[in-house]
Design a protein around this ligand. Structure first.
Ligand code: JHZ
Ligand code: ZN
Length: 399
């Protein structure tokens, strides 16, 4: 039996089985290339309620020189990073004597904001593809996984940024112990992750893929942090990735943390009851039925359709729904590394974004629904798109 990576209890309560799927950021070069498929089954721990997928995938097979998610590809995300850095500098009083560490620093999209203020910055980034870009722009980057063994390789940090990374670690306790080691006394850690409450509420099943080993609530993460002498000082709710939490964490001090799962609505939503998780399966099935029906209707009526975005979550959505090139002939994305390649499994070809203007379909499906406002604006204003804009999660919505 699997064991919960949070509390160690036996893990056999299935949340949802999304079937075999390839790694969602392993974009395929050519239409005849072979791919590996791995089971994509999520579980929920009946003791601590941590939602997780067992570590059937080795992180080194996912985060390597083929990894294709470049944080800087997205202007809105870079803006999110800039605001984060300016606020952190102001509220924590960071200056030229400070040291900022980012775990999963990607292409340096965030650390460059601190460097611009003459603050020393170091990144950990195991994916060579993105780390190389950061290094080229002068960001000190250790091409390493972060954990207890590597946390001491650099001077202790006044601020550790662990945004959108804690979901990606199979050895959760080793990672959190690393955070404790790397933090200077009195320092702060920012931990950002998509909130599992939103995943369940909005049926965001496409956020489930092998890269995401765990799906957190405050309820499930707080005891893990506490075991390593870390306490939650403050929590912010963010709109990113369909609804995220940002925890501000510090070494345990005398006062009790004043943020509780109750205050965040986690208890009221039912995150302490297994029945809440049990309703998810059926809702995922309903979402798939609705989406497949829509794609078939468009196909049978002879109208045209295309995707916008080739995010990691598109692979889960398309593979689970069985939507391939016959139902979705192409998508488009602004990430140079994705253009000219194919979405894993579903094999949908990826064109540059400008393709929307060159070959406008009747329906444009936003596969990155979390960027709906930005993508709609771009499609309409930049590419002159006048057809229907569609999102499929949690329901098919046609504008
Ligand atoms: P986006 C990523 O997931 C990957 P993904 C990762 N695993 C993670 O944890 C989560 O983020 C949190 C493109 N785009 O941000 C860029 C345009 O083409 O939803 C991206 O390929 N034009 C680390 O991959 C994709 O869409 C645009 O105008 O699901 C969006 O991917 C915009 C705004 C985006 O993350
Ligand atoms: Zn558990």
């Amino acid at each position: 039996m699997y064991r919960c990576r949070g509390c160690g209890a036996g893990l056999d309560h299935e949340l949802v089985d999304l079937g075999p799927s390839p790694f969602s950021n392993a974009f395929v070069d050519g239409p005849d290339d072979a791919e590996m498929f791995y089971p994509l089954r999520a579980f929920v721990c009946e003791v601590c309620f941590l939602v997780q997928i067992p570590a059937v995938a080795n992180p080194a097979d996912i985060f390597n020189d083929r990894y294709a998610y470049f944080s800087s590809a997205n202007a809105a995300f870079v803006e999110h990073a800039r605001t984060f850095a300016e606020n952190a500098i102001a509220t924590l009083g960071l200056d030229r004597t400070s040291h900022v560490v980012e775990v999963a620093s990607n292409d340096g999209y965030l650390l460059r904001q601190f460097k611009a203020h003459d603050i020393a910055a170091t990144g950990y980034e195991p994916s060579e593809s993105v780390a190389a870009v950061a290094r080229q722009s002068g960001i000190t980057t250790l091409v390493q996984f972060f954990g207890a063994a590597t946390a001491g390789l650099i001077p202790p940090a006044d601020l550790i940024v662990a945004n959108n990374v804690i979901a990606h670690v199979p050895d959760l306790h080793d990672f959190v112990e690393g955070l404790r080691i790397a933090l200077k006394p009195g320092g702060r850690i920012s931990i950002e992750f998509p909130h599992v409450l939103k995943l369940l509420e909005q049926v965001q099943f496409d956020q489930i893929y092998h890269e995401h080993y765990s799906y957190f609530s405050l309820l499930a993460l707080e005891p893990v942090l506490a075991e390593h002498g870390l306490a939650v000082e403050r929590v912010e709710l963010l709109p990113t990735h369909g609804g995220s939490l940002r925890l501000w964490v510090e070494h345990v001090r005398s006062q009790a943390p004043y943020v509780s799962p109750e205050a965040l609505g986690e208890t009221a939503f039912g995150l302490r009851e297994i029945a809440t998780y049990d309703r998810f399966k059926q809702r995922v099935q309903n979402c798939r039925s609705e989406a497949v029906r829509f794609f078939l209707d468009v196909h049978e009526s002879g109208r045209t359709i295309a995707g916008y975005g080739a995010p990691a979550k598109a692979a889960t959505f398309l593979n689970f729904c069985g939507i391939r090139r016959d139902l979705l002939p192409w998508t488009c994305d602004n990430t140079p590394r994705k253009i000219g390649r194919y979405i894993p499994g579903a094999r949908i070809p990826i064109f540059p974004e400008e393709h929307i203007a060159e070959d406008p379909p009747d329906y444009l499906v936003l596969l990155a629904w979390n960027w709906k406002a930005e993508m709609t604006r771009k499609a309409r204003e930049q590419f002159g798109f006048t057809g229907h804009i569609v999102t499929a999660i949690p329901h098919v919505e046609i504008d």
